[in-house]
Design a protein around this ligand. Sequence first.
Ligand code: NAD
Length: 264
Amino acid sequence: MSDKPLASRVALVTGSTSGIGLAIARRLAAAGAEVVLNGFGDPAEIERLRDEMAETTGVRVHYVPADLAVPAEAGELVQRAIAIGGRIDVLVNNAGIQHVAPVQDFPDERWEAVIAINLSSAFYTTKAALPDMQARGWGRIINIASAHGKVASINKAAYVAAKHGIVGLTKVVALENAKVDITCNAICPGWVDTPLVRKQIVARAQAQGITVEAATRSLVGEKQPSERFVQPEHIAELALFLTTEAGGSITGAAYSIDGGWTAQ
Ligand code: NAD
């Protein structure tokens, strides 16, 4: 594989101001793609990220804000990205949030938010991006699902429903576009050390009266046989492979990258 397999490609990565999305955006930029970033955060910090990524990779890096809890903003994000980059070749639906509570106590508003951001936004961005990909006969759509797209855990009704849902959406988009060179795949990570998981670790430490280190060990060890976090950079390498010509025969798949979690 050339070291710039994505030269002349344009990639939009949702939720790329932090964590897994940021690692994927960095990797795609390093592989030559012009990148459109999206996500929340301090504007000065986002500007710094954008500059740093553009400088280290030599590609154009843009930032388009959008609240993906709002369906219209998801479609507009794609339209603005196409206006800026001329097209979207690679769409990575990564933005996500978590809320933890048993079903009987799960706040309706949190259910709606998790489903909107983790599932519906991927439908709206994909719907907006597909006509242009279909017109050009090439596209790569990658949905960041989770081990929770394959198996469940207690207290995560909305997250597990959204992640199972996005694995299903992935298969439908793959089948509908199978005859052209447009693929759609899901990546299903286990525990990754990002702000989304940090919140759960701190909550566990407080609830059990244990240190953050002990809570980290118990959280990861409980589900993930490797007892090590998955690295965002490893997920980014898998995402990059799926965007390449060599990845062109893989579609409708849901790849586990979870230290053995779902092998149990
Ligand atoms: P993170 O909190 O570090 O990043 C989430 C990103 O989504 C941020 O850029 C944030 O600004 C953005 N975002 C959140 N709400 C948004 C909204 N309404 N509109 C636009 N952007 C929004 O989390 P992460 O762990 O990197 O998670 C990224 C994806 O990976 C999520 O879909 C998550 O479910 C999935 N995932 C994470 C883990 C893990 O262990 N961290 C495991 C499996 C799957």
